[in-house]
Design a protein. Sequence first.
Length: 387
Amino acid sequence: MNSALKLLIYSAILFAVSCSQPSDMLTVINPDGSCYREFAASADPQFLLGDTAAKLNPFPVDMDGTWEIAWKYKNSKLHTDFPIKKSVCDSMINNMKQHKASQGRGPIDKTPSDLVVYARHNYNSVQEMAGQFKLKRSDSWSKMKVKYSLIKKFRWFYTYFSYQETYPKIKLNFEIPIEKYMTNEEARYWFTGRPNVLLGMNGVEAREYVGKIEDNFNKWFNQNSWNNEYKILIDNYDRIDRKPVSKKRLVLLRDTIFNSYSENLSDLKMEKSLNKYFKTDVFTELWKPENSPMKKYEKDFEDQNLPYFVGSMTYKLMMPGNILQPSDAVIHGDTLSWRLTAYRMIPSDYIITAQSRQANIWAFILTGMIMLAAVGSFFWKPGRRKL
C-alpha cells in the first residue's frame, strides 16, 4: 500500500476537502418530547417535479411518503407544494438562465444553489427516531450505528431537557496508539478541535506547534499502515522463489526498513521500498498478479475505512427554551451547529450533547397567586361577630 497516498487522502478530508456534496441536517426537539429531522440541499429542478429517484435525490436518505418536501428559490417564501407543476419548474429555470446570462456567468448549473429543497420527517419521540431513521445504503455512513437519547426533567418552575447523540469510534485496526506520538490533549485537538491547546500562543507559535502535531500524526498513521501491511507480507513471503533474506530476518527488519524511508513519504510504498532496500525486484512478485494478497489487502483497507471519510455534514440542533450547555457547538441564534466528519470519531466516540431549560409559565403564575393569597390572608382578618 502506498501509505503516502492514503495519508494525503486522509489529510485532504481532514481539512474539509470532501468528494461529496455536503448536506445540512437539522434536528428539532419539541417541548412534548416529539422531534423532527430535516435536511437542506441544492437540488435538480426535476426533483421538484416528483422524480425522487436515487439519481436526482440530493439527500442522504431515501425519499418516501413519510417525508415532507418544501423548497424556496432565492429569497422567495417557503413553498410546500410538491410535486410542482411543470410550468412553474420551467419558469424558474428560465429565470435562472436569464439571471446568469445577464451576469455573464455562462450556462446554468444542473443543481443551482439558488434553489434549496428541504426534506422533513416527524417522529413522536427520540426513541422512534432512533428506531426508524436510516441513511440510504449508498451513503458512506449508512452502517454507522448512532445512539440517541433525550432526558426530560420537570422542576416546577422549569423543565430541563438533555439531548445526546453518540457517533461510534472508527475502527482503523491500528495497533500503535496515537498517544505514543502526542499527548491525549493534542490528539483530541487534532481530531476534534477541543481542548484549545493553542490558548495564549501567537500566530507564529501556533503554526509551529500545529506543525509538530501534524508531523507526529503522519508518523503515527504511516507506522501503523506499514505494520499492518507488513503482516500480510510476512504471511505470504513463502510465495517468493528467490528470497533475498530469511523470513525470520525479514520480521526483525520491519522497523529498520520503515525508518529508512519514513522521512520521505514519496518513497513509502512497500513494494518499492523493499526492492530498493534489498537491491532486488523479487518483491514485485507479490504485487504483480491480479489476485495477489497484497492488492487484496489494499482494496479491503479502502473498502472498510475510506468510505467513512468521504462524507461530511453540517449538523444543527434546536432545543426547547434556552440553551444551557452548548457542548463545543457554534451558536447561531437559537441553533447549535457542529461539523461532522469521521475524523472526529478516530480517538474515541464523538458525542454531541446539549442541555436546555424551558420556563413553565403556569408554575410562575400559580406560585404568584399562592403568594398573593398568603400575603392577603396575613393582612386581612375578619371581624368578630357581635352578640
